[in-house]
Design a binder for this molecule. Structure first.
Ligand code: ZN
Length: 651
């Protein structure tokens, strides 16, 4: 934007000066465009999830030989996935020569021998992982993600690709962010190919125009929702985001939404996004709201991470990990802004957003890992921790999504307070976009924008919440926006009737520090999922994976029975029979009072007019009239794993 104009001015001045000194200097020749790689994808056997890919490597690309390299990962999903494991039957056919099997150089690269003419490179692609960052094909559809489907020629990443689909069912169509000409989808280079997933199938496409750009929303798969409503809400969301950033940095944008049971997640791209959703998530209003939040989330990435980004996040090295310390901003702040944009667009109600933020606040308060890891550290270790969760995760990590979004929420309070309610995190993004545009963004620039908008020295905020591990602090939000954080003990969350029942209160008060898998049906096995550090069970030496056979001599067949028998022992020691690796022993657990608190984010009925107007400027919605009472009973202890890659997919 501003940067590009400045660069053009410098070039012009330089050019004029040179022209004056050496009038005969020849005009520099435009570099010859690279010959494209023509790719054809065919079904081999859709029922068996097998595709065939044939790549015509132009003569100039193989004259001196070449190396075809599959990617190890795909941007936006920070895990080594080794996509080459789905590629086999690799064969090279030089024009006019004998076919051969290219030598494999390492886990993901093949050597193409020097050739006088073009070489056809063929392979089988196994596509049976339905996620937004892998390939999936069957009789109903095909989803292809560039990094998982196509190799690059090493050192030739700038070479264009043209992708065709042949032999698929006649009534299938293709949705992708790439432009189509005569049946071929053109990617300017390998990065663009990787950034442009394809969805093929019997698609239902809704189209509209917003602020001068064309939008498509392609639906695949059956479900019980309302596509007209989804597309209309997507339009409201994109327009709200477009207004914040002064228009769109593309001419065309495509949403690819595939429905499949228990599927979920989204992956951001520069002018498209791949989304997965459960067909029945519309059974409850909250399901629809979550999908709307996902649409808003991926779309906000158009600016945050796909264009303004940490310098290591593009161009990419697809062969190995690329850690960044800024995922708390790229993901956490996007998680926060997806709600703000959808609130302002009138797509999400305040009650839904407030409940979600309250739950996140509560989960963070109860998660022991908050004392061990900062969001900056969590970002850097995404590759080995967030994407590879273990039983140790709850006690040793925080999520850069959830905690990052709470850091954004706290920053909202600081900026609103410092600006007299006028500016907020949205303005921080607008300001950074002015400065960075489609280019690198640094932590120092975020700090500077925070300073400019809040009038506050950024150092303490960063020290506490970004690189540090201070407890969450809602005071600025309460002061600036008239919000109220209410913390309740588990027994205060009981129904008024139960609060009068001393046994119910006792059960709610009992605390051992044991966490079991909870699916809500009360019949889960009494196998320990987590033990909260320094809790009574921790001190009794009980750890992950232990099975609780009995409490005080009573056989316990389910997790719920363990919790009930431990509650009987409130204020005294319980004899717990534990099975670990085939051996049985007795542990003594001193059952104490539960220190966990559940936080609800509400609105202060006594908020001042200034606070009410700051709230309206923030959310685009009127100040909430009344708040609903807390009803969700608190689970004992921390939740073992937050939503994340293990729970359906990164966003
Ligand atoms: Zn995201």
């Amino acid at each position: 934007m501003g940067k590009t104009a400045a660069l053009a001015a410098v070039l012009m001045t330089g050019g004029l000066a040179m022209a004056a000194e050496t009038p005969k200097q020849a005009k520099p020749k435009a570099p010859k465009p690279l010959a494209p790689i023509a790719v054809v994808v065919r079904p081999l056997d859709l029922a068996q999830h097998e595709l065939q890919v044939e790549m015509a490597l132009p003569a100039e690309s193989v004259k001196a030989g070449a190396v075809a390299a599959m990617a190890a990962w795909t941007p936006g999903s920070y895990l080594i996935r080794d996509y080459a494991r789905f590629v086999d039957r690799v064969e090279a056919r030089p024009e006019g020569g004998a076919p051969y099997a290219p030598e494999k150089l390492d886990k993901q690269r093949w050597r193409i021998l020097p050739a006088k003419g073009p070489v056809s490179l063929r392979y089988r692609l196994y596509a049976n992982e339905l996620s937004v960052r892998t390939n999936h094909a069957d009789a109903s559809h095909a989803f292809l993600t560039g990094a998982a489907a196509f190799p690059a020629l090493e050192g030739q990443g700038g070479r264009p690709y043209q992708v065709r689909f042949e032999g698929f069912p006649a009534d299938w169509t293709v949705a992708t962010g790439l432009p189509e000409r005569k049946g071929a989808y053109a990617a300017a280079d390998y990065d663009t190919l990787v950034d442009s997933p394809f969805e093929l199938g019997r698609l239902r496409v809704r189209r509209w125009e917003s602020l001068g750009a064309r939008f498509e929303f392609a639906f695949q798969g059956q479900h019980n929702g309302d596509e007209a409503r989804m597309a209309a809400d997507a339009q409201k969301i994109v327009e709200e985001a477009g207004r914040l950033f002064g228009g769109f940095p593309f001419d065309r944008y495509v949403f690819l939404l595939t429905f499949s049971p228990k599927a979920g997640g989204g992956l951001e791209h520069r002018n498209s996004t791949a989304l997965l959703a459960d067909p029945f998530m519309f059974d409850k209003a909250e399901g629809y709201h979550r999908l709307a939040g996902l649409v808003s989330h991926e779309f906000f990435h158009v600016w945050n991470v796909k264009r303004m980004r940490d310098a290591v996040l593009g161009p990419f090295d697809y062969q190995k990990e690329t850690p960044t310390r800024l995922l708390w901003f790229h993901e956490g702040f996007t998680d926060y802004m997806d709600s703000v944009i959808a609130l302002r667009a009138g797509v999400l109600p305040w009650a839904f957003v407030a409940k979600e933020w309250g739950q996140r606040w509560t989960e963070n308060l109860q998660k022991p890992g908050r004392r061990e890891q900062s969001v900056s550290e969590a970002s850097f270790d995404a590759w080995i921790r967030h994407y590879k969760p273990t039983e140790f995760s709850a006690n040793s990590t925080v999520g850069y999504y959830d905690k990052g979004s709470l850091v954004a929420l706290m920053m909202e309070g600081r900026i609103r307070r410092g600006s007299g309610g006028k500016a907020g995190v949205a303005d921080l993004f607008a300001r950074l976009w002015e400065q960075c545009g489609d280019g690198p963004l640094t932590d120092a620039q975020i700090r500077e924008a925070f300073r400019a908008l809040s009038g506050e020295d950024p150092e303490p905020f960063w020290r506490d919440f970004v690189v540090g591990r201070a407890e969450l602090d809602g005071s600025a939000l309460e002061q600036a926006l008239g919000l109220k954080f209410e913390a309740k003990a588990p027994w205060e969350l009981l129904s008024p009737e139960d609060q009068k029942d001393p046994d119910a209160v006792k059960r709610a008060k009992a605390f051992s520090g044991l966490v079991f898998a909870s699916r809500g049906n009360g019949a889960e096995a009494p196998t320990v999922l987590n033990v909260l550090p320094d809790s009574p069970a921790w001190q009794a030496g009980i750890s992950y994976g232990a099975e609780i056979l009995a409490v005080d001599g009573w056989r316990t067949a389910t997790a719920a029975e363990v919790q009930r028998r431990l509650a009987d022992a409130l204020g005294r020691q319980a004899e717990v029979l534990v099975q670990e690796r085939g051996r049985v022993r007795t542990a003594t657990v001193a059952v104490s009072e539960n220190p966990a608190r559940t936080v609800r984010l509400g609105a202060d009925p006594g908020a001042t007019p200034a606070q009410r107007s700051a709230f309206a400027a923030w959310t685009g919605q009127p100040f909430p009239a009344a708040t609903r009472p807390l009803s969700r009973p608190a689970d004992e202890g921390a939740r073992p794993q937050e939503r994340g890659p293990s729970a359906g997919g990164g966003q």
